[in-house]
Design a protein around this ligand. Structure first.
Ligand SMILES: Nc1ncnc2c1ncn2[C@@H]1O[C@H](COP(=O)(O)OP(=O)(O)OP(=O)(O)O)[C@@H](O)[C@H]1O
Ligand SMILES: [Mg+2]
Length: 241
């Protein structure tokens, strides 16, 4: 039967096959990814590391369905993303993926509550239900006292917690975070990583890009990039605090 998932395949939330990304054309072509093969199982907590320009964001944007590869295949939950229309990809982004950015990407002049409600508006969740869930999510990230605050009335760490609550809105199985602690001090960074650990423990698959070893230490697997290629991939015992 088409679409049937069996055995080990069922455990693979992400499967990347020979993924190539080329930016530009002609003489200004840049190879962002040079043939990536990678599998991330359901329930994993992984870090992607590598120097600036090595292709981490390029990969995250493809895994987050914000961009498409030039060559190769991306299977999310067993479905080849290349076969989906842009409308179908938007639905996948809304329901299956929560994306967290370094610069938070909250909507300014819009309360924390409304920011968290937004993915549920797109998913056509009725107003009362989405408001109740947004409150619950803000409580879960420790911001119950900041519900009506605008992004510019929040600290960096608090803004990122709103962004994480928003990423969780439709209970996606996959959370992708591209340098989520890049704009935060050490204390706020630790809080954010503890939050990702709790989200992972609650059942989500979490992939975090970071430059910092102490941030990657919160995860269970470190995938290292160099020049558009994976140079190492290690699973390890997580650090406990
Ligand atoms: N939109 C684009 N157009 C052209 N080239 C791009 C584009 N986005 C990225 N690149 C190039 O692709 C390569 C990989 O970039 P990418 O942003 O994935 O790196 P990164 O590992 O995320 O780096 P950083 O740690 O600085 O965020 C770089 O050489 C970059 O210049
Ligand atoms: Mg990047």
């Amino acid at each position: 039967m088409v679409g049937e998932k069996k055995g080990t395949e069922q455990q693979d939330l992400i499967r990347l096959e020979n993924l190539v990304k080329i930016y530009g054309s002609g003489a200004v072509r840049v190879k962002g990814l040079k043939g990536i093969n990678l599998t991330i199982k359901r329930g994993e907590f992984a870090a992607i590391m590598g120097h600036s320009g090595s292709g981490k964001s390029t990969l995250m944007n493809i895994m987050g369905c914000l961009d498409r590869p030039t060559e190769g295949h991306y299977y999310l939950d067993g479905t080849d993303m290349a076969e989906l229309s842009s409308d179908q990809l938007s639905a996948v982004r809304n329901l299956k993926i929560g994306f967290v950015f370094q610069s938070f990407n909250l909507i300014s002049r819009t309360s924390a509550l409304k920011n968290v409600e937004l993915p549920m508006v797109y998913a056509r969740i009725p107003r009362q239900k989405r408001e109740a869930r947004a409150r619950e999510l803000l409580e879960r990230v420790g911001l119950e006292a900041r519900i009506t605050h605008m992004p510019n009335e929040l600290s960096g760490g608090q803004r990122q917690r709103v962004a994480i609550a928003r990423a969780l809105a439709n209970e996606p199985p996959l959370i992708l975070a591209d340098e989520p602690t890049g704009n935060l001090d050490t204390a706020a960074s630790v809080e954010i990583m503890e939050l990702f650990s709790r989200i992972h423990q609650a059942g989500a698959t979490v992939v975090v890009v970071t430059h910092e070893e102490n941030i990657a230490a919160f995860t269970q697997r470190i995938i290292r990039f160099s020049d558009g290629q994976i140079i190492s991939d290690e699973r390890k015992v997580p650090v406990c605090f």
